[in-house]
Design a protein around this ligand. Structure first.
Ligand SMILES: C[S@@+](CC[C@H](N)C(=O)[O-])C[C@H]1O[C@@H](n2cnc3c(N)ncnc32)[C@H](O)[C@@H]1O
Length: 190
């Protein structure tokens, strides 16, 4: 990512001000499926922003590794985890996903909310543990005008076709997908 873009994200988080416990939440589109999320194991949050979802996962019982390119966002996420008493279960790191997924252990949950880089699709699938849960959302062209950061119709379903889809939707300019890896190393049914 260019320095200019990083500064833009930093400024956006700085302008938002301090984080509070009210920021802790599973992204709204996944909330009806909260019970699908495990209460133990490892989670990976990609482009975690201020850490609201990461801290939610940690409060649920998971150990969370969360990354974002913005140092300001990561500082806020660390502060939120401290406030919520789950800092010991969260590891927040500044990381530019333009360089790919950082290597690490398999994850029982991978969440990537409102960030899309199709170059990561394969490594995201490979990072999931057997039976692991994937929760992704992005801006969409469906119900909105085409744009450089918007997924096309059916893009998420196609990208993650190796997984078993639990639920997915594209409407009003947002696409999201909740899916599960197969029970073992073999590809899930298509
Ligand atoms: C729309 S926000 C979503 C944040 C968070 N997932 C949420 O739901 O609130 C997009 C996030 O992507 C991060 N981001 C953008 N480009 C990135 C990159 N190349 N590597 C890592 N994070 C990036 C931004 O800093 C920002 O926090």
């Amino acid at each position: 990512m260019s320095d200019e873009d990083r500064v833009r994200w930093d400024r956006r988080y700085a302008d938002r001000g301090s984080v509070t416990v009210d920021d802790v939440a599973l992204p709204a589109v996944f909330q009806p499926f909260a019970q699908e999320f495990p209460t133990a194991g490892r989670a990976l949050d990609l482009a975690c922003g201020g850490g609201g979802a990461a801290v939610w996962l940690a409060q649920r019982g998971m150990d969370v590794w969360a990354v974002d390119v913005s140092p300001v966002a990561i500082a806020q996420a660390r502060e939120l985890a401290e406030q919520c008493g789950v800092a010991a279960h969260c590891h927040f790191e500044v990381c530019d996903l333009d360089h790919g997924l950082p290597s690490g252990l398999s994850a029982d949950v991978v969440i990537c909310n409102m960030f899309r880089d199709s170059r990561l699709d394969r490594s995201v699938i490979e990072r999931l543990s057997p039976g692991g849960l994937l929760a992704v959302s992005a801006l969409s062209e469906v119900g909105a005008s085409p744009g450089p950061f918007r997924v096309t119709s059916g893009e998420l379903r196609q990208a993650y076709r190796a997984l078993e889809v639990i639920a997915t939707e594209e409407a009003h300019g947002q696409a999201w997908l909740l899916a599960r890896a197969g029970p073992d190393d073999s590809p899930a049914p298509r």
